[in-house]
Design a protein around this ligand. Structure first.
Ligand code: AMP
Ligand code: MG
Length: 327
């Protein structure tokens, strides 16, 4: 019998609890922190999570119906320290009071695992693009290896910073996408790829300055084209290097239709398959933590409380992937 796992996610602005078995999602409940002004304030987001965590967990448990939970999984990192600590505290309390195993999940690995599960794809190159993270990841010999990543801020943060400057509310990505549809021309902006890594802060600054000279639509379009071309280039090189035949998109920025179109074209040119999970599995969600926790519990020992401290800089390649074969 496979276990039933409760997973809690709360690394940034989304607080979410999911309950899964190996085959099925039994429940999901979410509460999202929305900053009144500016970007995500870590302490305010943590206060939001603290205020809602009991109700989010009860809602998930109530809607799962009559189930026995076998383990408590939580996002151990990467993420904002205050948010991570709030979620970890709740997870430890549940684990201790219900006498259930505690499982610390790497948030980036969870994005990959939920995508593999939902898209039925075995061994993809994953492009993980969210607010704080931007990484190109592929599995090899027991680890998810990072083939390329941002040298400064995540691509979502880059878009959000530009959007705030342009006067849009948080999160700015969707608004940039819709403004870009009215563009008439491409304005050259700094394209920064160094080896397999990329960086966005120079691009964001240049895009902000371009607003003084060019139309909002043209700048939004050019910002997207430049930033997406950079990450698609690195993804393509990772596919060529690893000789894998699948590409998986993960993270909130994956909602962007222009990014999807560019990735689909690249995959078609290379004869690779392109996989996009349903939107609710691409952003941060409790289901991905529960499902990855389930894979971990079936293949390794649970966490001791004393090893359950949060890891704001936790990298996916630090995780020993015990649930996949060594190839
Ligand atoms: P996450 O950190 O995975 O929750 O993703 C949040 C990020 O996704 C924010 O930076 C948003 O601006 C960005 N985002 C959401 N929708 C879109 C979109 N349609 N285009 C570009 N970025 C988006
Ligand atoms: Mg994420």
């Amino acid at each position: 019998m496979h276990p039933t796992i409760l997973g809690i996610e709360g690394t940034a602005w989304n607080l979410s609890a999911g309950i899964v078995t190996k085959k099925k999602i039994l429940a999901e409940a979410t509460a999202t922190y929305r900053p009144k002004t500016g970007g995500i304030h870590p302490r305010e987001a943590a206060q939001h999570h603290a205020a809602h965590i009991a109700s989010v967990i009860s809602k998930a448990i109530d809607s799962a119906g009559d189930v026995h939970i076998d383990g408590i999984a939580f996002s151990q990192g990467p993420g904002m320290g205050p948010c991570l600590r709030t979620v970890a505290t709740a997870a430890r309390a549940l684990s201790l009071s219900l006498d259930l195993p505690l499982i610390g999940v790497n948030h980036c690995v969870a994005h990959i695992e939920v995508g593999r599960w939902q898209c039925h794809v075995e061994d993809p190159v994953t492009l993980y693009v969210s607010g704080a993270n931007s990484q190109v990841i592929a599995y090899r010999n027991g680890r998810y290896r990072i083939f390329g990543e941002t040298l400064d801020i995540g691509i979502g943060n880059a878009l959000d910073k530009f959007a705030r400057h342009a006067g849009f509310s948080h999160p700015g990505g969707p608004r940039i996408e819709s403004e870009a549809l009215d563009a008439k021309k491409y304005i050259p902006l700094p394209y920064v790829v160094k080896g397999m890594d990329f960086s966005f802060s120079g691009l964001t600054t240049a895009a902000k300055e371009a607003l003084n000279k060019y139309s909002l639509a043209d700048v939004c379009f050019s910002l997207q084209e430049t930033a997406f071309a950079m990450i698609v280039e690195v993804t393509e090189r990772a596919v060529a290097h690893t000789e894998k035949s699948d590409v998986l998109l993960a993270g909130g920025v994956g909602a962007n239709m222009r990014l999807r179109e560019m990735l689909a074209t690249m995959c078609k040119d290379r004869g690779a398959r392109f996989h996009v999970p349903e939107k609710r599995f691409m952003g941060d969600n409790g289901v991905m933590i529960a499902y990855t926790g389930l894979l971990m519990l079936e293949s390794s020992e649970p966490l001791e409380i004393e090893d359950s401290m949060v890891m704001p800089d936790y990298r996916p390649d630090q995780v020993e992937v015990t649930w996949r074969s060594l190839t």
